[in-house]
Design a binder for this molecule. Structure first.
Ligand code: SF4
Length: 250
């Protein structure tokens, strides 16, 4: 098998693996034209180009995924195993946004599936949400090597994808998990201690910042303040839903 056909086989296997990710809500994967040509045009030898900038006109999460799943706009695109788009309900009222995929997320192509993700699931259940009714994503979609923090230029490169996800999902509330996510979303350098405990604004959407579940695994004393934060989130959600229900009746 020559290099061209090895690449085609690799792409074919990758597409199949991604398509199996039912949790992601992804039903199909569109390849860039130059990769598609490898299957049909034996003369096509042009290497895949860097992906275009995230589209601002995507009309669905699937279209947004298709437009960006081969993104190499920043160096993280060259070291990832999987593009970790997000998972959950595309009509979610609440979004949870973390920092970046870790090793397990990179391996599976899904957000928050490692130890921190399991803790996040428990936190959600404690405030009577399940993962299927919220949407979970990260600031950057590709794993930083050795789980380092994403760099400002990487977050800036990836920000349009998250911005589009939020535009399409239109959540009423966002919970930023950890300092990095909170600072990136709110475009601030304020420390987590100052960001917690109150709602902020992201283009008209209320944002609450709390600790990242990974921080709770390292320091269990953070569980109590996190519990207070997520209870506040739940109360706000209940009030918003009550207001929405009343408005629909009148
Ligand atoms: S982290 Fe974001 S901008 Fe960077 S390559 Fe991945 S998808 Fe593209």
């Amino acid at each position: 098998m020559d290099a061209r056909h090895e690449l085609a086989e690799l792409v074919r296997l990758t597409v199949r693996a991604v398509a199996q990710q039912k949790d992601n809500g992804i039903e199909s994967v569109r390849l860039p034209d130059d990769l598609t040509a490898l299957f049909t045009d034996p003369r096509a030898v042009t290497p895949p180009a860097a992906s275009p900038a995230p589209r601002s006109d995507a009309t669905s999460l699937q279209a947004l995924y298709d437009a960006n799943c081969t993104c190499t706009k920043c160096p993280l695109g060259h070291t990832r195993r999987h593009f970790v788009f997000g998972s959950g309900n595309e009509h979610a009222e609440v979004m949870f946004i973390g920092e970046a995929p870790g090793a397990e997320e990179d391996a599976q192509g899904l957000p928050f599936v490692g130890a921190a993700g399991q803790l996040l699931t428990k936190i959600l259940e404690a405030i009577k949400f399940n993962r299927d009714e919220v949407y979970i994503a990260n600031i950057v979609k590709c794993r930083p090597p050795n789980n380092r923090e994403p760099r400002p230029e990487e977050m800036a490169a990836c920000e349009p994808i998250l911005r589009e996800q939020i535009r399409l999902i239109q959540p009423k509330l966002i919970c930023a998990l950890g300092r990095v996510a909170g600072q990136a979303l709110l475009r601030t350098t304020a420390p987590l201690g100052r960001l917690r405990g109150t709602f902020h604004d992201y283009h008209g959407i209320k944002v609450l910042v709390t600790y990242h579940p990974a921080a709770l695994l390292r320091d269990p004393s953070l569980k109590r303040p996190t519990w207070e934060d997520v209870q506040k989130l739940r109360r706000e959600y209940d009030q918003l839903m009550e207001f929405t229900t009343k408005a629909q009746r009148t």
